[in-house]
Design a protein around this ligand. Structure first.
Ligand code: FE
Length: 296
C-alpha cells in the first residue's frame, strides 16, 4: 500500500479560506449501455460544457447479475480517455491494441482512446455485487489522434492519504495534501479523489477557481458550502471568482464521495456515441475509419 500519513504534518494540510458554493445538485438519468448494463448517467451530455473537460460520468451499483452480466462487448472509441474505477466486482478488459487486464475492487483502468481503439469490458463474475464509476475525460484537440494508451492500476498502487481524524483519501489523479496521484495529465490537470469521511468528518481540498469541479456522493451524506448533498447525487461546484477550494462536511453517518476537477479545454465538442471530436467532419471520419477497420 502506497500510504501517506499526514496526521502530524500540518504543513501538508493546506486550509481552504474561500470555499466554493454548490451550483446545483443532480440526480442523473437511469439508463442502460453496452449489451444492457443498468447504470445511472450522472454527467449527461447537456453538462459537457459546464463540466469541461469531463464528458460523462456513469455510476453503476447492483447486487443483481441481470443488471450487469451482459457487459460491454467490442465497441470503438476515439478522441478522449476513459477512467473506470471499481468499488466492487471484477471486469476484464481486452482491446485491439493487444492489451488485456482484470480490473478488481479498488482498482482503476485508465485508457486513452486517442486515434482509436476497439475494446470490450466484460464482468468476470456470475454473481455478487458490481459497483463503480466510468468517467470520460476529453483530450485536447492536438492529442485526439495520438496513439491509444492503456494502464491498469491495481488497488494497492493507488496512493492513499490518511488524515488525523480518520479521513482516507484515495488519490487516483492529481495531487491532494502533498500526495501525488497515480495519473497526471498536463493540459487538463485532472483531480480524481475518492474521499472516505468518518461521521462528522471534514475535508478541505484546494482547487483553482477556474477548474470545473463536481462531487458525487455514493455513501452517507455531505454538506458543501451549506448545501445538503444526499447519497447518489452529484453537486456541481461553483467557479466562484477568488475561491480557493472546496470543503466537504460529512453527516452523522460519515460519507464516501468522489471529487473530480479539471482545467477546461474551451474547445468545440462534437460527440456521436463513442466518438468525441471537435467537428462534425471529424465524427464522420471516425465512422468511416471504424467501418474500414482503421480503428483497430
Ligand atoms: Fe468503452
Amino acid at each position: 500500500m502506497n500510504s501517506v500519513t499526514a496526521a502530524n504534518s500540518p504543513a501538508l494540510q493546506p486550509s481552504v479560506r474561500r470555499p466554493r458554493a454548490v451550483d446545483g445538485v443532480i440526480a442523473g438519468q437511469p439508463t442502460s449501455d453496452g449489451a444492457g448494463v443498468k447504470l445511472t448517467r450522472v454527467l449527461t451530455q447537456n453538462l459537457q460544457r459546464r463540466l469541461d473537460p469531463f464528458l460523462m460520468l456513469d455510476a453503476f451499483g447492483t447486487d443483481n447479475p441481470g443488471d450487469y452480466i451482459a457487459g460491454f462487448p467490442d465497441h470503438p472509441h476515439r478522441g478522449f480517455e476513459t477512467v473506470t474505477y471499481m468499488l466492487e466486482g471484477r471486469m476484464r478488459h481486452r482491446d485491439s491494441a493487444g492489451n488485456e487486464g482484470l480490473l478488481g475492487p479498488g482498482g482503476v483502468q485508465w485508457m486513452t482512446a486517442g486515434r482509436g481503439v476497439i475494446h470490450s469490458e466484460m464482468p468476470e463474475q456470475h454473481e455478487g455485487r458490481m459497483e463503480g464509476f466510468q468517467l470520460w475525460l476529453n483530450l485536447p484537440a492536438a492529442d485526439k489522434m495520438r496513439p491509444a494508451w492503456y494502464r491498469d492500476i491495481p488497488a494497492a498502487e493507488i496512493p492513499e492519504l490518511r488524515l488525523a481524524d480518520g479521513t482516507v483519501v484515495r488519490v487516483i489523479a492529481g495531487h491532494s495534501h502533498g500526495t501525488a496521484g497515480a495519473i497526471e495529465r498536463e493540459q487538463t490537470e485532472p483531480l480524481y479523489l475518492d474521499v472516505h469521511l468518518p461521521p462528522g468528518g471534514r475535508f478541505a481540498q484546494p482547487l483553482p477557481a477556474t477548474h470545473n469541479a463536481f462531487v458525487y456522493v455514493y455513501r452517507g451524506a455531505l454538506e458543501i458550502g451549506g448545501q445538503a448533498v444526499p447519497v447518489q447525487r452529484m453537486a456541481i461546484l461553483g467557479n466562484t471568482p477568488g475561491s480557493d477550494g472546496v470543503e466537504l462536511q460529512a453527516g452523522a453517518d460519515g460519507a464516501r464521495a468522489i471529487l473530480i476537477a479539471g482545467r477546461p479545454l474551451n474547445e468545440p465538442i462534437a460527440q456521436y456515441g463513442p466518438f468525441v471530436m471537435n467537428t462534425h467532419e471529424q465524427i464522420v471520419r471516425a465512422f468511416e475509419d471504424y467501418r474500414a477497420g482503421r480503428l483497430a
